[in-house]
Write a protein that binds this ligand. Structure first.
Ligand SMILES: *Cc1c(COP(=O)(O)O)cnc(C)c1O
Length: 430
């Protein structure tokens, strides 16, 4: 139960009692110039798109620049965190965030690249089983990637790309619909590829249930966790998924274009799978013998191509260290309260204007609410522009949806109230 109230006193008291409140001070909150010309913190609800910068990032990046300047190539072996093993310094914290064993995860490349690399190994179509099953309205990269893989293998996306249509009133997708799609197409499906949290409507999926269903039909299963990682506590290992991929610049706060990540389930750690190989995936103990034959490092590390970009890993290392101290369980507890408050405000204060598209059940969503402006696109754009001008930063999705993500690491209950009050001011102004 909750005791939500639409008052500044209530929101401030709630923020003061928040056991995670000090984490906000570890982030740079973009400033906004208020009506009197003073620089104040903006109300930043866009962590689903680009997470904020941890203050400690600058020093961490500078440290690596200094090592490069002072040590040159020796930086691979010297310094506080030698570059040779640098990605391993992120591994345990990343594994904790996604609920994996350490050797099931790796930081590398970007999401789109990792999706293709994983499909090389886990999308092995045959004439009897050529299809990939995704959700209708998938993120463009995901759709382009699966479609191009189907073509690459000589199959026909018109027939072999199966898109499950939403069956729920708000445009979300029930587990029953996935079950029905698998009952119909499972025998000819090679890969089921679904999101952890759908980017447009904010729906969270039950990874374990989907994996169990798909495996029963003999399909491999991969998840795109772009909007789930750092947002929901995941149990990737226990879900049984074959692979997962994500980017790190959204809820993980790894910085613009941050290095991405991948999960490969432990049961594939030593499997002989087709893959696109590179020297950094070669067995670490013999990598520098530079032999002609590729022998993969067991686990997710074996999918690496190149020696990793240290300057991109440094911010993510800082960010993951914050996640370690905050803990996904505590973050989730606050997140449910915070997003619940935003939802309550929309229902009780803004019901005539706005409609939440994201599922109402907290188990079926993360931090993000996708909020439809019921008066349509033009009024919706006007409201969105008003919010931005007030320093309330969300993002716009055509034709009429504003995505607002209160992030438990740096957003406050007072931020949610500020959103509601800004919408009311806009409404009063006509
Ligand atoms: C953000 C996002 C991407 C972005 O992919 P990049 O390769 O990092 O540019 C892809 N898919 C989904 C579902 C996303 O939310």
């Amino acid at each position: 139960m909750h005791d939500y109230q639409a008052s500044a006193a209530w929101a401030q008291a709630r923020d003061a009692a928040d056991p995670l409140r000090q984490f906000r001070d570890e982030f740079l909150i973009p400033p906004h110039e208020d009506s009197s010309g003073r620089a104040v913190d903006s109300v930043y609800f866009c962590g689903n798109s680009l997470g904020l910068q941890p203050r400690a990032v600058r020093e961490a990046v500078n440290a690596e620049l200094d090592y490069w300047g002072e040590l040159g190539v020796e930086g691979h072996f010297k310094g506080r965190l030698p570059w040779m093993d640098y990605h391993e310094f992120l591994r345990d914290d990343l594994a904790a965030v996604v609920g994996a064993q350490p050797n099931e995860v790796v930081t590398m490349n970007t999401l789109g690249v990792n999706l293709h690399l994983m499909m090389v190994s886990f999308y092995r179509p045959t004439p009897a089983r050529p299809a990939i099953l995704i959700e209708a309205g998938a993120f463009p990269t995901d759709r382009y990637a699966v479609e191009s893989q189907i073509r690459f293998h000589g199959f026909d996306p018109a027939r072999d790309l199966i898109e499950i249509e939403p069956d729920e009133p708000n445009g979300t997708l029930s587990l029953a619909a996935i079950e029905q799609a698998l009952a119909k197409h499972g025998a000819r499906t090679a890969l089921v590829m679904l999101p952890g949290v759908q980017y447009r409507n904010g729906q969270a999926f039950d990874l374990a249930a989907i994996t169990a269903l798909a495996h029963r039909h003999g399909c491999n299963v991969g998840f795109d966790l772009a909007h789930a990682v750092g947002n929901l506590p995941l149990q990737l290992h226990d879900s049984g998924a074959d692979f997962a991929i994500w980017c790190s610049y959204k809820f993980l706060n790894g910085g613009p274009g941050a290095i991405g990540g991948a999960f490969v389930h432990a049961r594939h750690a030593n499997a002989v799978l087709p893959r696109f190989a590179g020297w950094w995936g070669h067995d670490k103990s013999t990598r520098f013998q530079m032999g002609p034959q590729f022998i993969p490092t067991p686990g997710a590390d074996g999918w690496q191509l190149s020696n990793p970009p240290i300057l991109a890993l440094a911010p993510l290392r800082v960010s993951l260290e914050i996640f370690r101290r905050a803990g996904m369980a505590r973050l989730r507890e606050k997140s449910v309260q915070l997003t619940g408050y935003l939802e309550w405000l929309v229902h009780t204060q803004l019901n005539d204007l706005l409609q939440v598209v994201t599922p109402a059940d907290p188990e079926r969503r993360g931090a993000q609410l996708s909020i439809r402006v019921t008066a349509g696109r033009e009024r919706g754009r006007s409201l969105f522009d008003h919010l931005m001008a007030q320093g309330i930063i969300g993002d716009w999705r055509e034709p009429d949806v504003i995505r607002i993500s209160p992030v438990p690491l740096y957003n406050r209950f007072a931020d949610c109230l500020a959103f509601a009050q800004a919408v009311q001011a806009w409404e009063r102004a006509g």
